[in-house]
Design a protein around this ligand. Structure first.
Ligand code: DGL
Length: 286
């Protein structure tokens, strides 16, 4: 089985793309909803909580775990790969979402200017600045947004106001940004708001100026979610790692686990996955 981990429901936006790309791969999803959000927590907490989740998915028979959380990928992944796996699980693998996204997004910009919206912890880690090679990257931290999305308030006036502020910050910092990454797996649920404030803005490209005439050009800024990018990279990874790939069951089974006990969780989760999924509760805290 393939394990997919997130602090909460956000990773379901990635899981959905994985199911579309690799429908036969059996998956176990684990959301640490009881301790979400991670994005405003310390490095130590994010590392420990992510490790708890990864261990649980290994224990349930997943040889490969996708950390479908940018915050965990930024703050915990490298340490797990370098210290925990060799010592305790040498045959298992853990992959994150930042490296595959960074590799792809750089090929999508025409101006060479990329914007990244992410949680405060992801921004503080500098992971996207390190991983995106060959473009100018401007990051904007979006405190408060995950909480609204996780609790079903993605269409509220509050969410609209927050996104408007974050987009204004990005455009003030770098008006030449033409490719904007939603660097948190919760944000695809507020993509319509990011589209509203970022697309169809007049973007003057200095390189296109002729003489004294400014050639202000209408450039359609693209707002990019990660799901498909991660799913494509996973398919490629499995094809290049047959030893691991054969250990991933292909009977198409699906299991959804959460650390929180709450009756309403399954219907909240359907907003991320696109259809109703039934969650079972599990305890992962060490
Ligand atoms: N969805 C997660 C991410 O991609 C984390 C959200 C959070 O727990 O703060 O960063």
């Amino acid at each position: 089985m393939l394990g997919v981990f997130d602090s909460g429901f956000g990773g379901l936006t990635v899981l959905r793309a994985i199911h579309a790309r690799l429908p036969n791969v059996s998956t176990v999803y684990l959301g640490d909803n009881a301790r979400a959000p991670y994005g405003t927590r310390s490095h130590e907490e994010i590392f420990q909580f992510t490790l708890d989740g990864v261990r649980e998915l290994f224990r349930r028979g997943c040889p490969l775990v996708i950390v479908a959380c940018n915050t965990s990928s930024a703050q915990a992944l490298r340490q797990i790969q370098r210290t925990v796996l060799p010592a305790e699980f040498p045959d298992n693998r853990v992959l994150g979402v930042i490296r595959p996204t960074a590799e792809k997004i750089v090929s999508m910009t025409a101006t060479g200017h990329i914007g990244v919206f992410a949680t405060p912890a992801t921004v503080a880690s500098g992971a996207y600045l390190r991983e995106i090679d060959g473009a100018i990257v401007t990051q904007v931290a979006c405190p408060g947004l995950v909480e609204l999305v996780e609790s079903g308030r993605e269409q509220s006036a509050e969410a609209d106001g927050l996104v408007a502020t974050f987009c204004a910050q990005l455009l003030a910092a770098d008006p030449l940004v033409d490719t904007v990454l939603l660097g948190c797996t919760h944000y695809p649920l507020v993509k319509p708001l990011f589209d509203k404030y970022l697309r169809n803005n007049e973007l003057s490209l200095p390189t296109l100026s002729v003489g004294s005439e400014s050639s202000g050009k209408l450039v359609d800024r693209r707002v990019i979610s990660q799901g498909t990018i991660v799913a494509d990279k996973l398919a490629d990874y499995l094809s290049r790692h047959p030893d691991l790939s054969v250990r991933v069951d292909r009977s198409g089974s699906r299991q959804y686990l959460t650390t929180k006990s709450d009756e309403g969780l399954s219907s909240l989760a359907s907003r991320f996955y696109g259809k109703e999924v039934r969650f079972e509760q599990t305890d992962i805290s060490a």
